[in-house]
Design a binder for this molecule. Structure first.
Ligand code: TRP
Ligand code: SF4
Length: 400
């Protein structure tokens, strides 16, 4: 429903590293040129697990924003904001909580998984149970159509779809819907009204899904309809009531091939990361001291790239010729490990150089960052407020 809009968020719980860059940010940067995008710092979500270390969150918010801009998120293309600066998310979260069955939340797989994983923390909190619902509010408040996320987040998107459906089912039945919908059809103008009516009956009478899609595109192009009429026309089309909240789709991000320095997944908790704007000397040192195939004790011992984390880096960073050079040289002991690592060091430094450059102005003048953020928050808030007007009205909270 409505035009395409992409939304995604990240929790500020530490410095970003190359795993985030290859796994998430590169994708965002590509998407920002193709769709209207909203990217936000989910500071409230971070508090659900880090409630006793708020200082971690506070520092990470700024670092993370600089990292995003350094990586190439472009605030003239995408709207960048912080969740807690748009308090409407909390209002929607509260209102949605009224219709959210406890069992739905308890059944979200991340709930029990995380509780079992993070045993050092008491996560039997109200806030943590509500994590997926807060995420639903984040998404639904912008009527996002696509949410780029990793596999682990798919259940949260599914949950969001169910909440949207339940909301529309309960609150979409406004008084006089049929008449209001028909009045809205007339506002399309006679030609488009006729087309809409034709497509609608082809879908409703013959189940023609192409007709449904065509009618949706027709509605997407309409610029002069009010939000309320748009919701009515989408709902009328599908035979439901008003469609106040629209169901988003997960846009699955392919798992990144970027491993950590030890060959396991790159993650802060494993201490095997290269941070996004790491000092070049540190980058060099970290890669030079990476473990290699343990069989290569002496320079003259042949090795097997498949048993070496450096090879995983070559797969991300090196061209075919270099990869071939590694394969041959390693297996024949023709090259040494430090020699083998040099192209990786060069490639990582080359990748990071523009990032460090892009970050510098924001480090020199934090006001730049604050302005970008203020701008983004204002834009986001406008969209959020539009949805909230509809939600309050539908729930009988419009006392004007
Ligand atoms: N839960 C997400 C994560 O841990 C972060 C997040 C919060 C999010 N709200 C969101 C992602 C809304 C997408 C859309 O990665
Ligand atoms: Fe790893 Fe390269 Fe050494 Fe082979 S030569 S063990 S691939 S670092």
């Amino acid at each position: 429903m409505f035009a395409d809009r992409i939304l995604s968020g990240m929790r500020p719980t530490g410095q970003l590293h190359l795993g985030h860059y290859h796994g998430v940010l590169k994708n965002w940067i590509r998407l920002q040129h193709e769709y209207p995008c909203l990217f936000f710092v989910a500071d409230w979500h971070a508090l659900t697990t880090h409630y006793d270390t708020p200082e971690v969150i506070e520092g990470s918010v700024w670092d993370m924003l600089v990292d995003w801009l350094a990586a190439g998120v472009d605030p003239s293309q995408a709207t960048v904001f912080v969740q807690s600066k748009v308090p409407e998310h909390a209002e929607l979260h509260l209102l949605l909580s009224m219709i959210t069955p406890l069992g739905w939340l308890e059944r979200v797989p991340t709930y029990k998984d995380q509780q079992q994983k993070l045993t050092e923390k008491d996560l039997s909190t109200y806030g943590f149970l509500g994590y997926p619902l807060l995420q639903s509010a984040d998404i639904l408040i912008y009527r996002a159509t696509h949410v780029p996320v990793g596999e682990d987040q798919v259940p949260h998107i599914e949950f969001t779809r169910e909440i949207a459906r339940r909301f529309n089912h309960i609150y979409g039945k406004e008084h006089g819907f049929e008449e209001k919908a028909q009045a809205a059809v007339k506002k399309l103008g006679s030609k488009k009204a006729k087309l809409y009516a034709e497509l609608r009956s082809r879908f409703q009478e013959q189940g023609d899904v192409d007709a449904l899609e065509a009618a949706k595109s027709l509605l997407e192009e309409q610029q002069n309809l009010s939000v309320g009429d748009t919701e009515r026309l989408y709902g009328y089309l599908e035979g439901t009531g008003k469609m106040i909240l629209s169901e988003p789709q997960a846009m699955l991000t392919a798992a990144s091939r970027m491993p950590g320095l030890d060959g396991h997944k790159m993650s802060k908790s494993y201490g095997n990361t290269i941070s996004l704007r790491e000092d070049p000397k540190v980058v060099e040192k970290k890669i030079r001291t990476m473990p290699t195939d343990p069989a290569r004790v002496r320079r003259t011992d042949p090795g097997d790239p498949e048993k070496c984390p450096v090879w995983q880096f070559h797969l991300v960073y090196s061209d075919e010729a270099t990869c071939e050079w590694v394969q041959k040289g390693c297996r024949s002991a023709g090259i040494g490990c430090l020699e083998c690592k040099q192209p990786v060091i060069d490639a990582v430094l080359k990748e990071q150089e523009p990032m460090r450059e892009r970050a510098q102005p924001y480090l020199d003048d934090p006001a730049l960052l604050r302005n970008i953020l203020a701008d983004g928050c204002e834009k986001a808030r406008k969209l959020a407020q539009e949805t909230m007007r509809e939600v309050r009205e539908a729930m009988g909270l419009d006392y004007s």
